[in-house]
Design a protein around this ligand. Structure first.
Ligand code: SPD
Length: 287
């Protein structure tokens, strides 16, 4: 057991800044891949779940909370959604939500760790669900940062960054040069979407990400929601585009087609969630 996970009395905890976030569960898999430690657990409260290097990534019964909030503000609102890039997302949940849209022609999912894909398919099949057999999905096992740097300009309508916290393999997903490259690779009216950590437990990373995106894009706004098992439970997703904040105006026809599949996301929910920036974050952003 590494320092970041304790396994006494069946509890698996993520430790973060003196607080632990845990589930009463049993361990199904605990192995080291080339890139990171991968743990799969089973709990009665949230079903099976995945941790990478001791950090919660997803659980069967709360994954929609995360994936719907990352995908739909971008895909429901972008001018075009022919070609989508997902960086990370090896459990398949982000791809599954993207492929709900019939207009999507191609999803390239660049996941660094093939073990995450293999174990997610085996132990968490409901998360990727039909996405794994959808011919529109290309799963490419490669470093997502390298992929973006070598992509041609104007390649994708939407880019979605579904990475882990800023350490280990995901560290490079939080820096200016990487976001600038994402902008180069996005089509001119494209939308960039990224998970943007917790305003409470990762407040510095969260604030820095918004500031950085606002330096690079004309518009960048976070939306706030929750993922109970993540540190503090309070989470955020960040959207950016040029010329117009496209992500603020969902396409009604697209929304009607997917809203019945959603647990959390709706156009009404999204409208509210973009307006819930806490005052302390707003003050910090204006400094
Ligand atoms: N603190 C955890 C942040 C993890 C974000 N990515 C989760 C991957 C789910 N597809």
């Amino acid at each position: 057991m590494s320092d970041s996970i304790s396994n006494q009395s069946n509890w698996i905890d993520e430790y973060h800044n003196g607080v632990r976030y845990g589930l009463d569960c049993k361990i199904l898999v605990d192995e080291q891949s080339v890139h990171q430690r991968i743990t799969i657990i089973e709990s009665s409260r949230y079903g099976k779940g995945l941790l990478l290097d001791g950090c919660w990534m997803t659980t069967e019964k709360q994954e929609k909370t995360y994936h719907e909030c990352l995908v739909h503000p971008a895909l429901c609102s972008a001018v075009k959604i022919n070609k989508i890039l997902i960086i990370g997302g090896g459990d398949g949940g982000t791809a599954r939500e993207c492929l709900l849209y019939k207009d999507v022609k191609q999803v390239d999912m660049i996941e660094i760790d093939e073990k995450v894909v293999e174990l997610s398919k085996k132990y968490l099949p409901s998360i990727g669900d039909n996405a794994w057999k959808d011919p529109r999905l290309n799963v490419i096992i490669e470093n997502g940062i390298h992929w973006v740097f070598k992509c041609n300009d104007d390649s994708y309508d939407v880019i979605i960054i579904d990475g882990s916290d800023p350490k280990g393999p995901a560290k490079g997903l939080f820096n200016k040069k990487f976001f600038e490259e994402c902008k180069r690779v996005l089509k001119p009216k494209g939308i960039l979407a990224s998970q943007s950590e917790s305003p409470e437990s990762f407040s510095e990373v969260h604030i820095d990400m918004i500031k950085l995106m606002r330096q690079i894009f004309d518009f960048a706004d976070p939306l706030y929601g929750w993922v109970p098992i993540y540190p503090s439970g309070w989470w955020s997703w960040l959207f950016a585009s040029d010329k117009t904040a496209y992500y603020l105006t969902p396409n009604k026809v697209r929304a009607e087609k997917i809203c019945n599949t959603c647990e959390i996301w709706s156009t009404k929910w999204q409208e509210g969630a973009f307006k819930t920036m806490p005052a302390f974050i707003e003050r910090r952003l204006s400094l």
